[in-house]
Design a protein around this ligand. Sequence first.
Ligand code: AMP
Length: 530
Amino acid sequence: MESRGAGRARSICRVRLRRNEPTELFARSVGLDTDIVSKEMYTFEDRPAEFPPPPTMGEMPAHIEGIGRLMESGTIPRTESNVNTLKLLNNLVGELYPIREKTFEKATQKWIEFFFYLNGVQLGERISLRPEATASVVRAYIEHGMHTWPSPVKLYYIGPMFRRERPQKGRYRQFYQIGAELLGPSDDPALDAELIEMLLSFFERIRLTGTTLFINSIGDKNCRPAYIQLLRSELRKVRDRLGADSQRRIETNPLRVLDSKVHEEQAVIENLPRIAEHLCPDCKAHYSKLLQELELRGVAYKENWRLVRGLDYYMRTTFEITAPGLGSQNAVCGGGRYDGLVELLGGPAATKGIGFAIGTDRVALSLQSEHKDVAGSSKYELAVVGTTGDTWNEAIRLAESLRKSGAEVFLPRQGTRLKQALEQAAKSGVRVAIIVGEDELKNQRYTIRVMQPFYEGGQRDSSIAVSRAPSYAALIRVRSELERKLKTWAVASGLAPSAFGISSLLNLMMQQQVLPPKTPPLGKTWGGKT
Ligand code: AMP
């Protein structure tokens, strides 16, 4: 277990999980009638290595005997279904031999029946690639007795998940999540709010802007069953106006109908009974306290009564966060409360839980679309450009000393011509190039070139004394950081679009009196004499 980054301040530990688990774990927790379990899991049988390959017809009796032996020894699971199927297969073997006494049709029919049952034998434990990780975290929590730890236990994980979905932008069959879970005896809505706040501060830290938090309560085992009954009976009345998927869900999982994106169904869904009006007093109180706690922390949210999410274990709080630039797959995070799950999976009944999972593929896509032009999105802060001979040696020395002091320095390859090297530096997104040429060495002053798009008129080239290069680099770093923070804040608070350059942003802030009118135009002094 380890703890770092956004989580360190909140003493949250990393948990490393298996990538596959017994299918049963997901069937019980996520739910058999959910799309994830019924259609999207990659499942295989962990069959015994010594099991013989499928036999020819003549070897059937021996094959069935082999299954029987492995079942006796416990190598093949001795489930009720396996025991019954084996009995049927033994009877069929008896009927199939001797084959010559049967008519062709009769024999074919018997063989089809035989293979049908043979396929039904479960030869090993069913294993699934994990489609999500909450169930695995809860399994680990129970297995390692974490209920004895100081509560709430805060865990996070990072890793790939697998779902057989129709691939499209932002929806993949192997995708990556960062998730966190908070487990313990308390279901105080303040915990929900704290978790959501941590999540949003993580997004802020990575400069994911334009996010929207949607929130809902889906009740608990006291009030949800009655609501589901009501919903089902209302849905049955409008069945004809729904598509095939929703029609099926009326019986299997009516809450999921609310999730439908089918255009023709929207008007019907809008008129369905809403869960908020059917919450029991406890759930109602929990939800309104949650909203208060969010407001207390200055967290903006939108209520969405249709947010039910595709996993059965959720109860009460559910939430989702969307981000711009993603098209239809715009949810970057989903989460909610799952108070009964620990008990369902065999842990202490009193344990409550709440968690979220961030889809990092989508976060990356959104960041790419939002920040392609944001100052400082490159990891390089400056470039040091030398060419050959002494200028190259000096460039390496300078780059090394700047790197030691913590700067991210771009150093073009030895022998690259000056023009090319500067082009490469510009492409790498650096703000300033320190040019180490022959004249520079002679005069003991480096040339400073402000790169596009940071150059906004004024003086583009200037120079500094060789001895002052390290302090100049440190200044650039501080300045980049300040600009980045200012810009993130301006974009997040809706003051300016992300495409604004720093001086346009400062001008705008002065015009709108967010800054005093005499603020020096930072953007123009990049290349100022030092
Ligand atoms: P879920 O486990 O369905 O609540 O998903 C949590 C988050 O994981 C979503 O908000 C998405 O950002 C991400 N996610 C879910 N499924 C996929 C997928 N197939 N491809 C990429 N990201 C996904």
